[in-house]
Design a binder for this molecule. Structure first.
Ligand code: MOS
Length: 715
């Protein structure tokens, strides 16, 4: 069916997901569903201590169990050529030595002819440890934090200016560790096709990166690694690197000389594929009595592992978001005996913005200025960090649209003063920002004799609807119906594309699609000669010239504009909460999110992005928290029964609005990313609304009922 709105991407409707039918009918196959010939099944045995070494592994019983093909550990693992030498910091080198680096560290892999047999045999492996004293608590060890790299510290003007300002706030904020919990568990099917040739079906955000990483680790040519990842059931940063379970499966397939499938359990997801790091932050912020910012100090300490230096930069937002003459930011990390963290939707910014936008809210009450007005008073017209003009910024419009939609004028400036039935009503607002990047991308476009268009690029789609956006761009540019266009992706043999991360794909690959389509049209023009139609009947032209097809391949990347402009996407989140004063339960009543992310290419999937981000923000604000038992250095809530993600009953009416002003300084499409800004700021908006409702400021997420009930009234 031809979608009439396609040529009007600014409308509120738009093309439906081109792969939607496949996804809801089970036609879309995910990594763990490739049951290739001769498949075997791997199950990991993971450490039960947080630090120490393996004294012995008794695998005799497991080896003798029915169907077992191998038990692999550091005792018998073949040499892996690409493991970096000591003492380089690197992702876990699985089965490399007897060291245990965190609770849940994989120490053995059992492979059997069925999954159940592998699982049973894994339960028979007995590991004996030399236990050492571990450290897993960030809060108790803040003083041991270190700088992750040379430019972790930033200063402009007087770093203590905030402290001598007439009105000021100084507070600490804590964001607990949040775990990646996409619907699809991480999984890989690994097969050796020859001595030096590997094929994998893998959950990954970047088939090209996974290809080169596997090639490096196993010391084989890049072109000898084939990575397939046509569909990904959600990923928010966890599939941006090759993890130990992927390496384990490839090792296993080599050992048993058969393909191996390895799918993590939900419990493994809490320890083995990264997480948003637990981060402690301290902000000092000062203003004049009429609400002009004088100075901001922002200090952050995030947890990391002992074997890698993964670092976010949560404090950076405080030198970027508002016009403020004096700013000091400092990002530190603290090594603990835990698994490595990784990027997670809006990395750094989501964490830092919770602190900054909470502190701004606190400041607004001290100043007795409306929090929205305070933000407008300190609106940055140019980039405060570099002084450069923005490539495009319509954040002011976003504030206005959101305020109108949520009914901001209904907000009471007196906390705890409005009731609806027996519930306290509160309004909150927060801003979000994220860099708008454009990565190199190549797209091949082929017009076939039958008038169908094939587009190819090696990008993965982690869920936002990449193919849909690409088809929409091509349909509009070429002037052909969407059903005549196919976008091929998720295959490392296709032309180069970046990882799907950092909200860059529409900007990067989308621009390449646009340029490829324009180049293809030009080729047709050359065939037709002078005066030909801009969008001719392509099939007819090919027929007339006796051609089977016409194709182009376009490499595209950012240019000089990156030096000229500061480039960001922006968001504004408005929320209304209802708080039960007796139980402390917070219920979202309404959410309005406004994205200022350039031109909207695919309105329907863009809306879904915003709604998804808002829901993740509800989880961050109200429920999600990884709980450690520091006695054992162990995550104790590694299940959906104990780690709570929002469900339908937690979700209110969510309005997703778009400023939809093209930013042609960034790319020829005028579009920039929105996946991350959908989340960034959401948690602060909720926390600010909870304060407005109750007068209680919660600075350590999540805002669980115990933090809001008045215990003195109960006991
Ligand atoms: Mo996202 S953290 O860029 O996958």
């Amino acid at each position: 069916m031809k979608d009439k709105t396609l040529n009007k991407p600014s409308s509120s409707t738009g093309l439906s997901r081109v792969d939607g039918r496949l996804k809801v009918t089970g036609g879309a196959k995910y990594a763990a569903e490739f049951n290739v010939k001769g498949l075997t099944y791997g199950v990991l045995v993971c450490s039960s201590i947080a630090k120490g070494s393996i004294r012995s592994i008794d695998s005799k019983q497991a080896q003798n169990a029915p169907g077992v093909l191998a038990v692999i550990s550091h005792l018998n693992c073949p040499k892996i050529p690409g493991y970096p030498a000591e003492p380089a910091k690197a992702p876990i080198k699985i089965f490399y030595d007897n060291k245990v680096l965190y609770n849940g560290h994989p120490v053995a892999l059992v492979i059997a002819d069925t999954f159940e047999r592998a699982q049973y045999a894994a339960s028979l492996v007995n590991v004996d440890y030399n236990q050492e004293k571990h450290i897993t608590s960030l809060k108790d060890n803040l003083n041991s934090a270190v700088a992750p790299h040379d430019d972790a510290e930033y200063k402009r003007g007087d770093s203590n200016a905030w402290a001598s300002a007439p009105v000021k706030v100084e507070q600490e904020y804590i964001l607990p560790s949040e775990v990646h919990n996409p619907m699809e568990l991480h999984a890989i099917v690994a097969r050796w096709d020859a001595e030096d040739k590997i094929t994998v079906w893998d959950k990954t955000q970047g088939v090209k990166d996974t290809q080169s990483n596997i090639a490096r680790i196993f010391g084989i040519p890049v072109e000898n690694v084939q990575v397939n990842s046509k569909f990904v059931g959600g990923a928010f940063g966890s599939a941006l690197q090759v993890w130990q379970h992927e390496v384990a499966a490839i090792i296993g397939a080599k050992v048993v000389k058969r393909p191996v499938k390895l799918m993590l359990t939900r419990k493994d997801m809490f320890t083995s594929v990264g997480y948003r790091p637990l981060t402690w932050q301290k902000i000092g912020i000062g203003a004049t009595t009429d609400g002009k910012l004088v100075g901001i100090n922002h200090y952050a300490v995030g947890q990391t592992s002992t074997y890698e230096d993964f670092a976010e930069s949560p404090a950076d937002v405080s030198r970027q978001l508002y016009a403020c003459p004096n700013a000091y930011t400092n990002n530190k990390i603290l090594s603990l005996d835990v698994g490595s963290p990784i990027w997670m939707r809006g990395p750094g910014y989501a964490t830092g913005t919770f602190a900054l936008e909470s502190a701004m809210d606190e400041l607004s009450y001290q100043l007795n200025i409306d929090p929205l007005e305070l933000r407008l008073k300190n609106y940055a017209e140019t980039d405060p960090e570099t002084g450069k003009p923005y490539s495009g910024k319509s954040l002011r419009d976003a504030y206005k649209m959101g305020a109108e939609n949520i009914g901001w004028h209904n907000r009471s400036s007196k906390p705890g003063s409005v009731m609806r039935d027996d519930l306290q009503v509160g309004y909150g607002v927060s801003t979000g920002m994220f860099q708008a990047d454009r990565e190199p991308a190549t797209v091949k476009a082929v017009m076939n004799a039958d008038g169908t268009l094939l587009l190819q690029s090696a990008v993965s789609d982690i869920g936002p609807g990449t193919a849909t956006a690409m088809v929409a761009i091509a349909a509009e540019t070429m002037g052909i119906p969407t059903e005549k266009i196919r976008f091929d992706m998720g295959d490392s043999a296709l032309p180069n594309a970046p990882q799907q991360g950092g909200s860059t794909i529409v900007s990067s690959v989308g621009s390449a699609v646009l340029l490829a389509c324009n180049a293809l049209k030009k080729k047709f023009q050359q065939l037709i000669g002078n005066g030909g139609a801009d969008k001719p009947d392509y099939a007819q032209v090919l027929k007339r010239h006796n051609l089977q097809q016409l194709e182009v391949s376009i490499d595209s990347k950012a240019g000089a504009e990156v030096d000229k402009y500061a480039m960001y996407s922006w968001s504004v989140h408005f929320v209304v909460v209802l708080v039960n004063p007796l139980t402390g339960v917070v219920k979202l009543d309404k959410i309005t999110c406004v994205a200022d992310s350039g031109r909207i290419i695919s309105p329907k999937t863009a809306r879904s992005q915003i709604i998804g981000g808002a829901i993740m923000g509800i989880g961050m604000a109200l429920t999600e928290e990884t709980v450690f038992d520091h006695r054992y250095g162990k995550v104790v809530n590694a299940s959906f029964a104990d780690y709570h993600v929002p469900v339908n009953a937690d979700i209110p009416q969510i309005e997703a609005l778009f400023v939809n002003k093209p930013d042609y300084n960034i790319n020829p499409l005028g579009a920039k990313g929105m996946g991350e800004i959908a989340l960034i700021g959401m948690a602060a908006a909720v926390a600010n609304a909870v304060y407005n409702a109750t007068g209680k400021r919660v600075r350590e997420l999540p805002i669980t009922p115990d933090k809001l009930v008045d215990w003195s009234e109960i006991s």
